[in-house]
Design a protein around this ligand. Sequence first.
Ligand SMILES: NC(=O)c1ccc[n+]([C@@H]2O[C@H](COP(=O)([O-])OP(=O)(O)OC[C@H]3O[C@@H](n4cnc5c(N)ncnc54)[C@H](OP(=O)(O)O)[C@@H]3O)[C@@H](O)[C@H]2O)c1
Length: 237
Amino acid sequence: MLTRLQNNILLPKVLLGCYANGFSNLISGSQILRGFNETAGFSALSGDNLRSRPKSSLRNYQVVVAATREMGIGKDGKLPWRLPSDLKFFKELTVTTSDPEKKNVVVMGRKTRESIPLENRPLPGRLNVVLTRSQSSDITTGENVVICGNIPSTLELLAEVPYCFSTEKVFVIGGGQIFRETLNAPGCEAIHITEIETSFECDTFIPSIDLSCFQPWYSSKPLVENNVRFFHSCKEQ
Ligand SMILES: NC(=O)c1ccc[n+]([C@@H]2O[C@H](COP(=O)([O-])OP(=O)(O)OC[C@H]3O[C@@H](n4cnc5c(N)ncnc54)[C@H](OP(=O)(O)O)[C@@H]3O)[C@@H](O)[C@H]2O)c1
């Protein structure tokens, strides 16, 4: 049950239903004002570059990534390492909200979606936004799955009703193509990076973090799992 909005955005009917049924009555006045500010000055949705868009019309986001020192993130369509504790960290970070009425959003490329085992997708407890340029995608949408055709229109959509009210944080979770457009961009508020210190052969890489824009905020103690040395850190803009 899909409705195609402007520029490749497919919305599950259920979410349109929320809006049509007075969903915004559920939120407080200050949130309404924030939503109006965020959506002020909206232009027609388009696929132009993220860096050229007025920031106020786009939802900010955080990046979550695990990368080697060489910024390798993947191999043969999968993660090169097996780190259950890092997956647990990822789940806690991306699921947890301060407002129990809201969900977080995870934004991913079509190939990253395909790398998630069938039984684990869509990622539960989060609104899953899948990016594809294909008009005939076979991705099953539903209450927790939205398909978008480009990144600016995704961030624009998430700044609008109902998502500006129903969702709390937006996490961009990969893969390489999506990180290349979003990492270091103006709307990227924070980068949560699992720094993998053990060497792995990779075929997918991301750009280095721009340390002139992002300052270290926290760093965990060194961890070891399955003979892999790593630690968590976060850098903020
Ligand atoms: N280490 C980590 O933290 C991490 C996290 C996530 C993924 N990964 C790894 O990264 C690899 C996958 O990354 P990848 O670069 O190959 O693929 P990806 O970024 O996950 O997905 C690429 C696909 O997304 C769609 N896409 C890309 N840019 C788009 C845009 N601007 N607008 C709309 N759609 C867009 C296209 O789908 P269509 O072809 O359908 O048009 C494209 O083929 C895997 O190895 C995975 O395991 C690692």
